[in-house]
Design a protein around this ligand. Sequence first.
Ligand SMILES: Cc1ncc(COP(=O)(O)O)c(C=O)c1O
Length: 362
Amino acid sequence: MSLTLPDFPWDSLNSHRERASEHPGGLIDLSVGSPIDPTPVVASEALTKAAQAPSYPLTAGTPELRAAMAAWWERQRNTGPLTASEVMPSIGSKEMVGLLPTLLGVRSNDVVVIPEIAYPTYAIGAHVVGAGVVVSDDPAQWPEGTKLIWVNSPGNPTGQVRDISYLREALAVARKLGAVMVSDECYAELGWDDLSVPSLLDKEVTQGDRSGAISLYSTSKQSNLAGYRAALVAGDEALIHNLLLARKHMGLIVPAPIQAALTAVLGDDEHVALQKERYRVRRELVRDALSKAGFRIDHSEAGLYLWASRDEDCWDTVGWCAERGVLVTPGAFYGEAGSTYVRVALTVSDQHAEAVRDRFSA
Ligand SMILES: Cc1ncc(COP(=O)(O)O)c(C=O)c1O
């Protein structure tokens, strides 16, 4: 017996990676959103101080972490006050994306709704439990039998941001269907041109009623902590209670030193602003390089990617970039609707961002 899952999409980029690596200036990899700048001292110091950890940590998080998470959601995501039982930590947010259907008890005759252009893990989580997947951004199309609905704002790969009225409508439809509405918001601090990115838990959306609603956030991108696996969840108290119970049974616990680091970074907004400024500079360089080379950029109003098209098959665009020593992600990885786009990550050094401009204009 074995679980049958699709191949890992990025493995199919290997031949283009080899081609791009032959460039005399070396490979510039814009195909993954993995941070490259240093982990902030506020995190590494807290981690080191908590290195002595002989006892099992609390699955729900230390009281300090729970208070820091609740304060962060209220301060940064306009949720209104949250209690300690409306928040919990997770081991990065990808495990929540992959495991949420399992942990919520979604079954094989249930439906999971995912965005039309989506991070592949939403579908994988549904496949793991054998649930049906419906691809739709339109709440009016979400079918009976839906048990879990994913929204991702800012979206990966598109950078599209959902506004308050969309989130309100989505939550109302989810409640009517008896489905849990989950919003993956891990790029929320990276709104460009002063754009603010509302949370599903924004009090303008929920009016204080968080029933049936969950939001995920991660410090991987905002704090260069992808290697720590430090993320947070908030929302419906009863759902959080059940998720914690399942996680206690399964041993899905954020390690104690990581809980300490997460507590520290959630109390410090300065390093987040600094990192955002780094990405703003690179975004401008790469965006100009793409525009001058004739790409059209759609959405991309927030997040760590540019969603770019030359109105041709995405694999041709991937090849064009690889010839110039630059690796980008084909939009087809994210669904049929992405097949004429490529996703260009901003997780590069300034030097590489400048080199992209030179290579694309040569
Ligand atoms: C949309 C989305 N959700 C979740 C994740 C997972 O992030 P992490 O597990 O590092 O918190 C990513 C990572 O790229 C992502 O793009």
